[in-house]
Design a protein around this ligand. Structure first.
Ligand code: F6R
Length: 593
């Protein structure tokens, strides 16, 4: 979940490009940041707890430097625990993403051998481990340093990515297990980052580092080795297709609102480019015996919505399982099962583990994933790219609706009604555009003003709107810190209603489907206990205290109805003076358990 960036160039670059690139990766973690710069005879480390300051610190020019943004796992958020970490001699420095699962044992061993630690992190262990295997005479031999990294990495347990800066041999050495690293080349330099987004404008081609490789980045470019036997390998370069506009705000004040607005365009791309892929996925599903949709957080809610869509449209039982719970339920997988993994980043460790478990049992893995070249993309047997473009706000929005669009279309393909699915997606686009007009946004803003000071908010929906209620509550609470809980409308009487007090905001999703009568009864029950009812519905009802009108979109209603909830989360955060793109404690790629 940490951001990693490094470069080696032939000329002296301003080390400020490390800081500028780290800003693009801050969504991966923003507890603290740090830079290591290779200078004549030593490594200069600058690191601080907190966010990267808006004005970059003064840093010396150098041909080799790297940096890190942290999402703390081991050790509190302090300057000392920020990365990079040095070995005892200061001749090498390490940045890290992941968790060294056996770090206590390794640290005890290193301390008993006389190594002195300067932080509480697991990451520092790796610097001392390499130091331990690196003999004094090896300092001038670049290959010997690679060897030391290979053998140190063999002792580390867990899913990790490390970059080591060795200033005597002027190289960065990268090694990983599952946790992502991408090498970029272009404009006179070679770069390494945890996400290709950081390479936009710097590199024109990329090599996604494999778990079976070790990369040494030197002034003359990338040297690739086999992690098992150290033999040389040939990089698999691919063109970097991301454009600077993909990562710019394009006039919006925040990425969150920009990405909410991009949703109709993303759906149009899916409509234009993805029907053939939806047919292939439909084919995989109909040939499988047992299909499981897995995902975490927002992607988990997309999986749940998928199970409703396949049931009502395709008459197929497709299970949805929260990816972090999948390993406790995987025992029934066979070589005829299909696991469909949903993920924006393609790096969420629980999703990766679910996919790996499926592969171990001979099941097929299909992935709906936004980041091309991500771990999930590479390990799946079949991938449908979400075509949403980089999602840089920590909150997932456009990747969510992209997943719903693909699942809806696939369900219709299975049902033999692809054209109906396509029509529904056009209706969803139209509904989204209407939900994003200035008038619609003003209505949402007025509700944000009205409820901002409340402590709690309840959100209900039934059927297809149940996952929407869960997702709406997540959007609101994670960005505005207003405690919002989503429930199935029918569950209210079974306990939740005890929490409803006069004035408490209650959002009710009420499309014109078979759930309408029952959900409106639920709304009435909430109102009778003083709840302030916000209806998200194509038609006004007497029970609503406030109404957010939405277009009627049939089975595509989840794609449209989630938009006012996304906007409500955004405007609540703005009103409270919070950063909508980087809520506290969160990070975008959840690469640790
Ligand atoms: C919520 C959010 C998270 C992610 C979850 C899975 O707005 O962004 O709940 O959906 O961490 O992430 P991906 O989709 O990258 O696997």
């Amino acid at each position: 979940m940490c951001g990693i960036f490094g470069y080696v160039t032939v000329r002296d670059e301003c080390a400020r490009i490390v800081v500028d690139s780290l800003r693009k990766l801050e969504y991966r973690g923003y507890d603290s940041w740090g830079v290591g710069i290779g200078l004549n005879g030593h490594i200069r480390v600058v690191k601080r707890a907190g966010r990267i300051p808006p004005i970059s610190p003064d840093l010396p020019a150098s041909s080799i430097a790297f940096g890190h943004t942290r999402w703390a796992t081991h050790g509190g958020v302090t300057d000392a625990n920020a990365h990079p970490h040095l070995d005892c001699t200061g001749r090498l420095a390490v940045i890290h993403n992941g968790i060294i699962e056996n770090f206590r044992k390794l640290r005890a061993e290193l301390e008993s051998n006389g190594h002195r630690f300067a932080s509480d992190t697991d990451s520092e262990v790796f610097a001392h481990l390499v130091e331990q295997v690196l003999h004094a005479g090896d300092d001038a031999d670049p290959d010997a340093v690679v060897e030391a990294v290979r053998s140190a990495f063999a002792r580390v347990e867990g899913l990790n990515a490390f970059i080591l800066l060795h200033h005597c041999t002027q190289q960065l050495i990268a090694v990983k297990s599952i946790s992502p690293l991408v090498i970029g080349a272009g404009k006179g330099g070679t770069y390494v980052a945890s996400d290709a987004v950081a390479l936009v404008g710097l590199a024109d081609r990329v090599h996604y580092l494999g778990d079976d490789e070790v990369a040494a980045i030197r002034a003359d470019g990338l040297h690739l080795y086999d992690r098992a036997d150290g033999s040389e390998r040939v990089p698999r370069w691919e063109r970097l297709t991301l454009q600077p506009t993909d990562t710019s705000l394009e006039g919006f004040p925040h990425y969150l609102i920009k990405e909410i607005h991009e949703q109709p365009r993303v759906l149009e791309r899916i409509l234009r480019e993805h029907p053939p892929r939806a047919r292939e996925l439909a084919n995989l599903i109909t040939r499988s015996y047992g299909t499981f949709l897995v995902g975490c957080g927002t992607a988990g809610y997309a999986a749940l919505a998928g199970s409703y869509l396949f049931s009502r449209i395709a008459r197929r039982h497709v299970n949805s399982v929260v990816a972090s719970e999948f390993k406790y339920q995987e025992h029934f997988l066979t070589d005829r099962s299909l696991v469909i993994a949903l993920s924006q980043s393609g790096e969420t460790v629980d999703v990766i583990e679910a996919a790996l478990a499926a592969k171990r049992r001979g099941a097929r893995v299909a992935a709906l994933v936004n980041v091309t070249g991500s771990t999930l993309d590479r390990l799946a047997d079949f991938t449908i790219p979400l075509l949403a473009g980089p999602e840089l706000s920590v909150l997932s929005t456009k990747a969510y609706t992209a997943k719903l669009a693909l699942l809806l279309l696939t369900a219709h393909v299975i049902n033999g009604s692809e054209h109906v699915g396509l029509d529904l997606l056009w209706r969803a686009i139209d509904g989204m555009v209407r939900a994003l007009t200035p008038d619609s946004q003003d209505r949402v803003k007025a509700i944000a003003d009205r409820i901002a000071d409340h402590q709690h908010c309840f959100v209900i929906g039934r059927g297809l709107s149940y996952p929407t209620a869960l997702e709406a509550a997540l959007k609101i609470k994670e960005v505005s810190y207003l405690h919002a809980e989503g429930f199935a409308g029918g569950e209210l009487k079974h306990g939740v209603i005890a929490l409803v007090e006069p004035g408490v905001p209650c959002i009710v999703f009420s499309p014109l489907d078979e759930t309408r009568a029952d959900i409106l009864s639920g709304a009435m029950e909430l109102r009778s206990r003083g709840g302030w009812i916000i209806g998200v519905s194509p038609e006004h009802e007497a029970v609503f205290d406030a109404h957010l009108p939405v277009a009627e979109a049939g089975d595509a209603s989840p794609l449209v109805n989630v938009v006012p909830a996304q906007l409500l989360g955004y405007y609540l955060a703005v009103r409270k003076g919070l950063d909508p793109d980087k809520p506290r404690n969160l990070a975008k790629s959840v690469t640790v358990k």
